[in-house]
Design a protein around this ligand. Structure first.
Ligand code: B16
Ligand code: MG
Length: 214
């Protein structure tokens, strides 16, 4: 039986991808590069440093490690500025209702995000009190598709991976959950998240007792 639900943040609970996109576009001005929306899609679930490496690759720009360090800071400053006005209205449709249902059913709830800014986002949106445990980019050394973030979540809550269900919008995140030995529920399109055990478009109208039946 399943005891815990582990949630990715960006793309599952809130849509911060729009802010990451803006912040990376602003940064790209430094090396005259215009990031496309399609490329931004490929950065979902990918860590900050790995995202910069990919963008510099696309731009065919070779930067020194000092330059990269400075740009990582600059990008995050842009991003923090953009998310500073986030509010509860930005929680994705159906999320609060779903969290209410699983809490009522007795599931433990943890975050499993690549972001180092998760606490700011959870605080601004009012989501923080729902979580029994937060595992984010500050607590892991390996990024998804490595299962570390979810394994730490399971362990921190005191459960086995087989007792956990992961909610993810990114392919790399679904892969991480499966590698970790957990069930994975994809949020998005079934053809993109083909490795997931189940896929739903959004949490809107979802009945937890039905969805969490395996
Ligand atoms: P930060 P998730 C991920 O969040 C984002 O999808 C990804 O675009 C971002 O680069 C990454 O967090 C790191 O975020 O710069 O805030 O540390 O989907 O794993 O919740
Ligand atoms: Mg995500």
């Amino acid at each position: 039986t399943y005891k815990a639900c582990l949630f990715d943040l960006d793309g599952v609970l809130v849509d911060t991808a729009i802010y990451h996109f803006q912040a990376w576009k602003m940064l790209g001005e430094n090396f005259n590069y215009q990031l496309t929306e399609e490329q931004n899609e490929q950065l979902k679930g990918v860590s900050r440093v790995e995202s910069l490496n990919r963008i510099l690759d696309w731009a065919n720009y070779s930067a020194t490690s000092e330059q990269k360090e400075a740009w990582l800071i600059e990008k995050n400053e842009n991003y923090l500025q953009l998310i500073s006005t986030m509010n509860p209205a930005e929680i994705l449709p159906g999320v609060l209702d779903f969290l209410g249902q699983i809490k009522e059913l007795g599931y433990k709830i943890a975050l499993g995000s690549a972001s180092k800014n998760s606490e700011v986002i959870l605080t601004k949106t009012g989501l923080l009190p729902w979580f029994d445990l937060i595992i984010d980019g500050n607590k892991v050394t390996k990024s998804k598709p490595d299962p570390e973030v979810f394994l730490k979540g399971a362990e921190g809550l005191g459960f086995k991976p087989e007792e956990c269900i992961v909610f993810e919008d990114a392919q790399a995140g679904v892969e991480a959950a499966k590698k970790g030995g957990m069930k994975a529920i994809g949020i998005g399109e079934a053809d993109v998240l083909s490795e997931a055990d189940k896929v739903i478009p959004t949490f809107f109208g979802v009945k937890a007792t039905e969805l969490l039946k395996f």
